[in-house]
Write a protein that binds this ligand. Structure first.
Ligand code: FES
Length: 325
């Protein structure tokens, strides 16, 4: 057993217990969201002691060098003196310039950051309701093409932040956002490689950003985007994607719904996985981007790997369930 020192107090850690869990257990308010080492909202700083490498995965070298780490993935092997960080250092305000429903339960939110905000299409940001409540949302915009950032917000039953964004936030309001992160974005290395982008629900947000970015960067191979939904009305960018397919010969749009009658191509009732294997029958040389509900993303990833796709060609962003803590 080891311990941490926080606010001059010793707090014992159980075997395999994270710093975040120990602090929350003691009643400390530590910002957090994914609790999986991806969103970076639980960042803290070590003043003394060795931080395990796993707790700094994904952080910039400059932050690592200053002892910053992710409390939710930090299980120290020896005493660690830690402190919270000034959250304002990591956040910046953005003004809401568009707030409208794409479809029932799916909000289109456009934000104008107050200062230059760099990101790669397909990454995600953390949007803060206050000093401790934050939630990750994928970017649907492309920094080189759009003068604001776009998010697709699915209303989550009992989701504190999604309901706040849907019901209370309005054009002209200011919200705090935190730097983009994530490694699910387009890399221009193999322009002739065929790409398949598949996702369900608002998993479409990063996918449309990645597709637009690939087209912007002159991707020459085929780009197939597959959007899975429960019913026709949930295909909330159907017309936009149909137009993209008309404008760009190498871009192909496929839709998949569970409940529908009298549907015509590109909408199908075939399961998403079946559509994927029809489009990429020989996946070994393809590049894949998979986004949306985590169980579906993980199933797609596993099936593609079994079918012969290379893991190095699979980029994924499984949306961990809402955890508006
Ligand atoms: Fe720790 Fe997300 S990285 S809560």
């Amino acid at each position: 057993m080891t311990h941490i020192i926080f606010n001059d107090k010793h707090i014992d850690l159980e075997e395999q217990q994270t710093v975040l869990s120990a602090l929350l257990e003691q009643g400390h308010q530590i910002p957090n969201s994914c609790r999986a080492g991806v969103c970076q909202t639980c960042m803290m700083q070590a003043l003394e002691g060795n931080v395990p490498a796993k707790a700094q995965e994904g952080l910039k070298d400059t932050l690592k060098a200053q002892g910053y780490f992710l409390a939710c993935s930090c299980m120290p092997q020896e005493p660690l003196h830690v402190r919270t960080v000034d959250v304002n250092m990591l956040r910046s305000p953005a003004t809401v310039i568009e707030h409208e429903l794409f479809a029932e339960g799916v909000l289109h939110l456009r934000l104008k950051p107050s200062e230059a905000f760099d990101y790669r299409a397909g990454q995600y940001i953390t949007l803060w309701k206050d000093s401790v409540l934050g939630r990750n949302y994928s970017l649907a915009s492309v920094v080189e093409l759009d003068d604001s950032i776009a998010l697709h917000i699915r209303r989550i039953p009992d989701g504190v932040i999604s309901n706040w964004l849907h019901d209370e936030i309005k054009v002209g309001d200011t919200v705090d956002i935190q730097a983009a992160t994530g490694n699910c974005f387009y890399l221009p290395g193999s322009p002739e490689q065929n790409m398949l982008l598949a996702g369900t629900g608002t998993g479409l947000a990063p996918l449309i950003g990645i597709a637009r970015d690939a087209l912007r960067q002159g991707h020459e191979g085929d780009i197939h985007l597959l959007h899975g939904a429960r019913q026709i009305d949930d295909l909330y960018l159907h017309d936009t994607l149909m137009n993209m397919a008309q404008e760009h010969p190498q871009f192909h749009y496929h839709a998949n719904v569970l409940q529908a009658e009298n549907i015509t191509p590109p909408i199908s009732k075939n399961p998403l996985m079946q559509q994927i294997s029809e489009v990429a029958a020989e996946p070994a040389d393809w590049r894949f981007y998979l986004c949306g509900d985590a169980p579906i993303v993980n199933t797609m990833k596993r099936n593609l790997f079994i079918a012969g796709a290379s893991m190095t060609n699979i980029y994924s962003d499984p949306f961990v369930s809402a955890n508006d803590v």
